[in-house]
Design a protein around this ligand. Structure first.
Ligand code: SAM
Length: 357
């Protein structure tokens, strides 16, 4: 990790400006969202390097000149726009906010899933409970509620989750099938995206998805619609309940973007139970985004920001981990890391683990 190891090279004058940006960050966030929502960035982009006036923009939208004015002026202050002879013109950051799908996915997730609940971050930190979750529904953690979330919030949650795993899955399939697994157990398999990727890649493999009932119902429906229902099997469980059985006889256990949903003690319990049912030659493959393994500072920023979603909304006690934390828990659970591969997809790491002899 080439960053975070020395003080920022920034003047006191500029640092003071950065501090003001943080003080007003929720306002900039909502301005950016509204510039997108009301199509203003696109309209400004359409005007090219000549730019356009507030009057022109107001005529093209449902907004008054007043409303357009406050948004585009803050857009200047945020570096999204610049003035070309008093005409509002799209700048580079505005271009990427408009066209970068990762920025859009992150922004929708932040607005729909996190924004209201984050007001309760302070209480969540003190109590170790997701005090902001009540803005979405009445559950202990977000997971039993995922399939019941209001449509727009659910869409933003799943698009965020899938955006990162989808980018990793394609390049992983050849790696995972090297060992010719016949039965893969997808722990926290969610809506079955990995199960469908595997059944599409290999004509014989059987997949068991372990998850909560709400997610499994959707996963099995998706498997039916893809014509692979006879090879995708549900294993309903709550992995926080140590008394519940763990699916046995897997050649390969798969945990993708899953362990970050649990506290360190919960992870140790889950890994220990997985190790118990693994055969001597079974593999456990863990796919995670560790903040210390990000090749770029932008990746570490996104990963560390996501931790606070876990704190205030998801469960109050988990996070995106430093790789050393997980490596320690893997060893404590009686497993060792056979292969450790970075830079998969968008900053994922694959840890291929086996049972210690
Ligand atoms: C962040 S999603 C990861 C989905 C998928 N593996 C991927 O890579 O996109 C975490 C999954 O873990 C499941 N999960 C969370 N808590 C659980 C629990 N206590 N028992 C079983 N599954 C759980 C959730 O329902 C969800 O499907």
């Amino acid at each position: 990790m080439p960053f975070y190891r020395s003080p920022l090279a920034i003047s006191a004058f500029d640092a003071k400006f950065e501090a003001q940006k943080i003080a007003f960050a929720p306002i900039s966030f909502q301005v950016a969202r509204c510039l997108l929502k009301f199509n203003l960035l696109q309209l400004i982009s359409d005007c090219g390097s000549k730019g356009c006036s507030v009057t022109h923009l107001a005529q093209q939208t449902e907004l008054s000149e007043y409303s357009v004015g406050v948004l585009v002026d803050m857009g200047l202050s945020m570096g999204l726009l610049y003035l070309n002879n008093d005409m509002y013109t799209l700048d580079k950051i505005g271009h990427f906010l408009l066209h970068d799908d990762m920025a859009q996915v992150n922004l929708n997730f932040t607005h729909d899933v996190c924004y209201q609940g984050l007001f309760e971050l302070e209480a969540s930190l003190l109590e170790g409970k997701p005090k902001g979750l009540s803005s979405l529904g009445d559950w202990q953690t977000i997971y039993p509620g995922l399939s019941q979330l209001p449509e727009q919030i659910k869409k933003s949650w799943f698009e965020f989750d899938h955006y990162y795993s989808d980018h990793a899955f394609e390049s992983l399939l050849p790696l995972i099938f090297q060992a010719k697994p016949k039965h893969i157990v997808d722990v926290g398999g969610n809506t079955g995206k990995w199960a469908l990727a595997c059944t599409g890649y290999n004509a014989d493999v059987q997949i068991t998805i372990m998850d909560l009932p709400g997610q499994l119902k959707v996963a099995i429906e998706n498997a039916k619609n893809s014509g692979v229902a006879e090879r995708v099997h549900p294993f309903t469980t709550d992995l926080l309940d140590e008394q519940k059985p763990f699916c046995e006889n897997g050649d390969l256990y798969w945990m993708s973007q899953f362990l970050d949903c649990f506290s360190e003690s919960e992870i140790l319990s889950i890994l220990t139970r997985a190790a118990k049912v693994m055969k001597p030659n079974s593999e456990l493959c863990i796919l995670e985004t560790f903040w210390d393994r990000q090749p770029f500072e932008a990746g570490a920023y996104c990963v560390n920001a996501t931790s606070l979603y876990f704190t205030a909304i998801a469960n109050g006690n988990s996070r995106m981990y430093h790789s050393k934390t997980l490596l320690k828990l893997i060893s404590q659970a009686g497993l060792f890391v056979d292969e450790d591969i970075d830079n998969i997809g968008l900053g994922h790491t694959l840890l291929r683990c086996k049972r210690k002899p």
